[in-house]
Design a binder for this molecule. Structure first.
Ligand SMILES: Nc1ncnc2c1ncn2[C@@H]1O[C@H](COP(=O)(O)OP(=O)(O)O)[C@@H](O)[C@H]1O
Ligand SMILES: [Mg+2]
Length: 395
């Protein structure tokens, strides 16, 4: 599959790795292309180990080191790695004698890793999906970053919304000679998405509105369309969304479910009302849902699911009973929330005539963002949740 977009990010990463020793943090949501970006680093000596939801102690390290080809005559301390890497033992010196003290042995193991990396250098150790890191590897990394050898780099990838400890804590104690940089991967823009879609599908389907430019979603959706299936929620995305929903506290989950049932991004009070929560609880739930990456602020004060496909996945996960309850709350006439300002009246009037935000923005010489805010506020004040409801009113 061709690689699209990301020229800037790839250059940034390659430039950083050319200045060892450096610690690079790569952040981005699931399927956005963190692993792929690393694959595109042609010719770089990488040792890659992934963290796993099971959080196996030293799991990523074992995975990374056992692919390596160390030179002969390693420092005897590296023999301490033998019990962890039996399949690799023939490449290591004899195991040093037991020390009878777990802490002392741990220090020796950490030194063994450091020494092996040094012997393998120049090399970049990549630990992927650090949101699933185990405690042991976490402590090992904290040790490594303080004494990275001269031509060894460390790259960590992660999803911010699933992280328990901020990855930046690793950067807090870096000695001055060790560099660091952070890279955030956002979804592809409409143009790069179209390019990817063109490679995946005959014709020119616009997959951006449904996928929000997340390459994994683009691929899955393209596969469905290519097979002649109706575009629906790809199974991998559906499962990922359910796992995330289950991990939320009940109030946050209710806010996400309410957001999925509303037609458009909505302000906190509308979400709380649709979720059947008092405003304060609604606010707390909303904050958690945003922190965990399920909702985002689309326009100032208006929140909705991050992607249409995610919204669909949440909707599909709601039981019919709950769906009815939320719909009833959405349709119930809202308390009057205040009068429309003259500008809101003007914008709402045009929206009721069926004009798009873009057309309204052009005709009133406003920015599309401002129009969006006026529409959202106007709808809220009218107790409506969708602009479609406007046309059936006699405004
Ligand atoms: N820039 C890109 N161009 C083309 N395909 C991409 C791009 N980024 C990611 N992909 C594809 O999308 C899928 C998900 O990417 P991946 O790197 O596994 O995501 P992540 O590691 O962030 O979860 C993979 O099949 C990958 O090849
Ligand atoms: Mg990955």
């Amino acid at each position: 599959m061709p690689f699209v977009g990301r020229e800037r990010e790839l250059r940034h990463l390659a430039d950083a790795l050319a200045r060892p020793p450096i610690v690079v943090l790569i952040e981005g949501e699931a399927g956005v292309g963190k692993t792929r970006l690393l694959h595109e680093l042609a010719g770089q000596p990488l040792l890659v180990g992934g963290c796993h939801p099971m959080r196996f102690p030293y799991g990523p390290l074992v995975e990374a080191l056992r692919q390596s080809h160390p030179p002969a005559r390693l420092n005897p301390v590296t023999g301490a790695l033998r019990p962890l890497l039996p399949e690799f033992a023939h490449r290591l010196p004899p195991a040093p004698p037991a020390l009878g003290n777990a802490q002392v042995e741990r220090h020796r193991l950490f030194r063994a890793v450091l020494s092996l990396l040094d012997a393998l250098s120049p090399v970049t150790l990549v630990v992927e999906d650090v949101h699933w890191i185990d405690q042991e590897t976490r402590e090992l990394l904290a040790f490594l970053v303080r004494c990275l050898p001269g031509t060894v780099n460390l790259v960590l990838t992660y999803r911010a919304e699933d992280l328990r400890h901020p990855a930046s804590e690793l950067l807090a104690h870096l000695p001055p000679h060790i560099g660091h940089t952070e890279l955030t991967l956002s979804p592809l823009d409409a143009e790069a998405t179209a390019l990817l879609a063109k490679h995946l599908l005959p014709g020119s389907a616009d997959l951006w509105p449904l996928t929000g430019g997340v390459p994994l979603a683009v691929e899955e959706l393209a596969r469905m369309l290519a097979d002649g299936r109706e575009p629906s929620t790809p199974p991998a995305l559906r499962d990922a969304v359910r796992v995330k929903l289950d991990a939320l506290r009940p109030t946050a989950r209710r806010i996400v479910q309410a957001a999925a049932m509303l037609e458009e991004p909505a302000p906190t009070l509308t979400l709380a009302a649709a979720a059947g929560l008092p405003p304060e609880q609604g606010e707390r739930g909303l904050a958690e849902a945003v922190r965990r990456g399920l909702l985002r602020e689309w326009t100032p004060g208006a929140y909705g699911l991050r992607q249409p496909l995610t919204r669909q996945a949440v909707r599909e996960s709601i039981t019919p009973n709950l769906r009815r309850r939320i719909s009833r709350r959405i349709e119930a006439p809202a308390e009057p929330q205040g009068a429309l300002s003259p500008r809101e009246k003007q914008v709402i009037g045009l929206a009721a005539d069926g004009m798009t935000n873009k057309a309204i923005a052009e005709s009133l010489f406003l920015s599309p963002r401002t129009v969006e805010v006026h529409v959202a506020n106007g709808l809220r004040k009218l107790g409506l949740t969708s602009r479609r409801q406007l046309s059936s009113r006699n405004t």
